[in-house]
Ligand binder design. Structure first.
Ligand SMILES: NC(=O)c1ccc[n+]([C@@H]2O[C@H](COP(=O)([O-])OP(=O)(O)OC[C@H]3O[C@@H](n4cnc5c(N)ncnc54)[C@H](O)[C@@H]3O)[C@@H](O)[C@H]2O)c1
Length: 438
């Protein structure tokens, strides 16, 4: 099939779509295409996930507006079917790949899932199908990893036997459907015609720009935008620590800095987590490994942001001194407010650091089953509380009740969630990250 024929099929709504990897990104994408009337098969290696989806249940917990209803609807109508068997992708005209793309301890991309998905897909890929990588990848991966695997394993040439594109996702947990439908996308194709077919496909779910590009531009845009965010957060975090040392309030400083045009200082915080911001800067940095470029700012930013959980511990130690034998209530385990996503969450590092000091962590998180429960019961007998995640529930904290439960009336706020006056009224000592003002 020529790419022009595939484009016509997409425009007619008769193209069959496959999605590999039904996680935070792949599942909502698959469900949205199904809702727009396409026949969609989603493949995942996790059998329990596949079974849940086929019962019309979303495996993603946390506040995710519209997702549970969307999945229930498209599974019931037969538009979306999940499977653990790649043979179900045999008839797919377009296959989107949304598997995880982590980095290892040396910050080098680990493409086990991506390679495996590409190899399994190659064995069943329909002649003339369009393969789209939505996963975030190191710039250069399309040319150096994806293309050779597909050409070798299918025995066909890109641009003839199959077509290949890169369309990175821009979603954030908590706003999956909203982001997917309203944020612009870069469609990087192996040719202008492939990019045009990609535009025709994504136009069904995206009500924003679909900017045509080549592979390397698409790969760079995604990793650069997340690196930009990481660097900006690192600047805010460093500023927060400077403010503490000078007896100032970073939140007030930030508010006033933002009055100067173009100075959109981001929020400091207890750390950066998730499956994007902590690793995408390394994907960008890795892309020039061995080339004549000295990458200095990106590792420095990563270093500052990775340090923040340890800094939270320093704030606590500043007041409690010796942590040996102390029990500390950790508020929030997910990396993001109102989400169940615990990947690379700063709380994990904070807890490790706490335990290394001989203290015990009592963890509460309303969205993580293992740590759910009544927050005031968990606080009972703890020496202090440390807020790591800004879940909405914590905004309504009853300081009187918390004080009654804690041994010491001490809370450390790593997310600027609470007001010092509110805490003071209840007789609580509140330490805010970045604020040592009187
Ligand atoms: N989570 C986000 O907010 C976000 C945002 C933008 C981009 N991304 C990128 O999207 C990609 C996916 O992220 P995610 O958060 O959805 O990850 P995830 O871990 O939630 O989902 C990945 C899914 O792929 C499945 N999988 C792994 N190997 C497989 C294989 N060989 N065959 C079939 N299924 C396989 C896993 O079982 C899992 O369900 C990553 O590259 C990530 O960087 C994520």
């Amino acid at each position: 099939m020529f790419i022009s024929e595939l484009k016509e099929k997409i425009e007619a709504g008769s193209a069959k779509i496959g999605v590999i990897g039904l996680g935070y990104v792949g599942l909502p994408v698959a469900a949205l295409f199904a809702e727009r009337g396409f026949s969609v098969v989603g493949v995942d290696v996790k059998a329990e996930r596949v079974a849940l989806i086929n019962q019309g249940i979303s495996p993603i917990e946390g506040k995710e507006p519209g997702l549970a209803e969307l999945i229930a609807g498209v599974v019931k109508s037969g538009g979306l079917r999940a499977s653990a068997d790649y043979a179900d992708l045999k008839t797919a005209d377009a296959v989107l790949i949304d598997v995880e793309t982590p980095v290892n301890h040396a910050h080098i991309p680990e493409y086990e899932a991506l390679r495996s998905a590409l190899k399994s897909l190659s064995a069943v890929l329909k002649e003339g199908a369009l393969v789209l990588i939505e996963s975030t990848i190191m710039p250069g991966t399309m040319r150096n990893v994806v293309l050779p695997i597909l050409e070798e394993c299918t025995g066909r040439k890109c641009g003839q036997g199959f077509y290949l594109g890169n369309c990175p996702e821009r979603v954030m947990p908590g706003k999956l459907i909203q982001n997917l439908t309203s944020m612009s996308r870069v469609v990087g194709g192996d040719s202008a015609e492939t990019a045009a077919a990609m535009q025709a496909l994504y136009r069904n779910i995206v009500q924003a720009d679909l900017d045509a590009a080549d592979w390397i531009t698409a790969e760079l845009v995604k990793t650069v935008e997340n690196t930009y965010r990481d660097v900006q957060i690192a600047f805010a975090n460093e500023t927060a620590m400077i403010c503490e040392a000078l007896g100032a309030d970073v939140w007030r400083v930030r508010e006033l800095v933002r009055k100067s045009p173009g100075r959109e200082m981001l929020l400091p915080g207890a750390g950066v987590g998730g499956h994007c911001i902590p690793k995408d800067p390394w994907l960008l940095a890795s892309s020039v490994k061995g080339l004549d470029v000295r990458v200095r700012l990106i590792p420095a930013a990563r270093d500052i942001n990775s340090f923040m959980p340890a800094h939270m511990l320093d704030l606590l130690k500043g007041r409690l001194k010796d942590l040996q034998g102390k029990r500390v209530l950790v508020l929030g385990y997910a990396y993001l407010e109102d989400s169940d996503d615990t990947r690379d969450a700063p709380s994990q590092y904070f807890i490790k650091a706490l335990e290394a000091e001989g203290a015990e962590a009592v963890v509460h998180d309303p969205f993580v089953k293992e740590f759910a429960g009544d927050v005031y019961e968990k606080a009972q007998g703890c020496d202090a509380a440390v807020l790591m995640t800004a879940h909405s529930q914590y905004r309504l904290m009853d300081f009187e009740k918390l004080k009654a439960a804690l041994k010491t009336p001490l809370v450390v706020d790593g997310r600027n969630l609470w007001d010092k006056m509110d805490a003071a009224k209840a007789g609580m000592d509140l330490i805010r990250l970045g604020d040592f003002s009187l």
